[in-house]
Design a protein around this ligand. Structure first.
Ligand code: G1P
Length: 297
């Protein structure tokens, strides 16, 4: 593979058109990406991770009834006026600084829920011929050092190859993830040679599961156009990337950080507890409560 100096990764796609059925009835009227962990919605954590990685254009692929997401990133004139009048400057700052002024926000709609690959295709004309990131907000990644996407963008910059975030998953979980087969390349990096969406354990090429973070070469779009319904009858992003492997290198990065599967109730609650303990003002109260609980069980 011949590599020129890679272009900067400036755009990130956030697919937020899902139905969120695992959190019904909470998600009957609000998108699952708006469910809060302590005091911020899931989508805001993902957006902050993207901004930290140098992203300046946020592309949300939405569906009907997702106004809450664009409202969240919009100015809230009445609320801001009220907070200013009441002298609540700390809170005012927290709601004013969600996204800096120079960041572009773009909303595109996915007219039909045909799968993650299809959602990404809906962003094709906005992304154009540039490398781009994808963040699935229900995978939250907590970190003391650089965020997961920043680590991936660094690897993209060094290698010029697409990068997918991966982590070890247990045997019985292969049917919930994209699973990659890797081999160590000349540069000592993990190059993906196979990628399968939600295989049964016997068909899984490894135990390395795809986490919801991708830095992709725009060539993936032309491959996605050729993808037909796969796992679950949906147009899978995994199948588009698997096809791209013939012509474009893709690396697997087991990033630093702890991932929470906030698409599941237990993952969501674990994240809530761990993030709550990170907040100085409620930490002691939380820990007391948990030690009381543990005494009862
Ligand atoms: C999607 C992807 C899958 C990936 C997962 C990570 O699946 O299709 O390859 O492993 O996200 O969270 P979903 O969880 O949307 O079914």
């Amino acid at each position: 593979f011949l590599m020129n100096q890679p272009k900067p990764v400036r755009k990130a796609v956030f697919p937020v058109a899902g139905l969120g059925t695992r959190f019904l009835p909470a998600t009957k009227s609000i998108p699952k990406e708006m469910l809060p962990i302590v005091d911020k919605p899931l989508i805001q954590y993902a957006v902050e991770e993207a901004l930290e990685a140098g992203i300046d254009t946020l592309i949300f692929v939405t569906s009907r009834n997702k106004h809450a997401i664009s409202d969240h990133f919009d100015t809230a004139f009445e609320l801001q006026t009220r907070l200013a009048q009441d002298g609540k400057t700390g809170l005012l700052q927290r709601i004013n600084q969600i996204v800096p002024d120079e960041v572009n926000l773009v909303y595109v709609t996915q007219p039909e829920a045909l799968g993650l690959g299809h959602a990404i295709l809906c962003a094709e004309t906005i992304v154009g011929d540039e490398p781009f990131a994808i963040l699935l907000a229900d995978d939250m990644i907590r970190n003391d050092g650089p965020g997961a996407l920043a680590q991936m963008v660094d690897l993209y910059r060094e290698s010029g190859a697409s990068v997918i975030g991966v982590e070890e998953i247990p045997d019985e979980m292969t049917t919930s993830y994209g699973v990659v087969g890797v081999e160590v390349n000349d540069q000592g990096r993990s190059a993906i040679h196979t990628m399968v969406e939600k295989p049964v354990p016997e068909d899984a090429p490894s135990r390395l599961g795809v986490v919801g973070r991708y830095v992709l070469d725009p060539a993936v779009f032309s491959y996605l156009h050729g993808v037909t319904a796969g796992s679950g009858g949906e147009i899978q992003l995994t199948d588009g990337i698997a096809a791209m492997l013939q012509t474009h290198p893709v690396l697997a990065l087991p990033f630093e950080g702890e991932r929470y599967d906030c698409g599941s109730r237990h993952g969501f609650i674990k994240a809530t507890i761990d993030y709550a303990i990170d907040h100085d003002d409620i930490r002691d109260d939380m820990l007391d409560h948990m030690s009381d609980l543990l005494e009862q069980f």
